[in-house]
Design a protein around this ligand. Structure first.
Ligand code: DAT
Ligand code: MG
Length: 151
């Protein structure tokens, strides 16, 4: 296991529903730390880049329209195994398949409005973080992580 950095998006539906705090709180309660955070409205170009793996799928255009429709919050989140750990906190893509206690099971109803994005691998995290953040946007949370994690 190693400290990892992942991209989390509090998507427009979650921002609109006033769930920024609820979602960030769940991530922080797990012990992960936020090392960059931006409230922004995504442009189409960056949306298509972010969701490039889904290009050509039936839901792609709706996905891009939705993710650019209103503000979202992009976060860089760090911790031991944070990539898979955040996916676990978020839950399965379809809220009806998500484990009880996960964000999507507790707070969402449909796959098209499932509130949160989390990178699914180290390669995805690196690629996606670069779409939302520059190197200068990150702060060091190393001391906080070292204080709270023990193998
Ligand atoms: P995840 O967000 O769990 O990584 P994904 O990468 O497969 O899921 O898809 C990205 C987003 O696209 C997902 O959060 C919601 C939307 N989506 C995926 N499959 C869909 C479908 N069958 N119908 C409508 N939207 C879908
Ligand atoms: Mg995905």
């Amino acid at each position: 296991m190693a400290t990892e950095r992942t991209l989390i998006l509090v998507k427009p539906d979650a921002v609109s529903r006033g769930l920024i705090g609820e979602i960030v709180a769940r991530i922080e309660r797990r012990g992960y730390v936020v090392s960059a955070m931006k409230l922004m409205q995504l442009d189409g170009g960056r949306a298509r880049e972010h969701y490039a793996e889904h290009k050509g799928k039936a839901f792609f255009d709706d996905l891009v329209t939705f993710i650019t429709s209103a503000p979202l919050v992009a976060l860089a989140v760090e911790g031991e195994g944070a990539i898979d750990g955040c996916r676990q906190l978020i839950g399965a893509t379809n809220p009806l398949d998500a484990a009880p206690g996960s964000i999507r099971a507790d707070l969402a109803q449909t796959i098209g409005r499932n509130l949160v994005h989390g990178s699914d691998s180290a390669a995805s995290a690196q690629r996606e973080l670069a779409i939302f953040f520059e190197d200068k946007d990150f702060v060091s949370r190393r001391h906080d992580l070292e204080r709270w994690i023990k193998e």
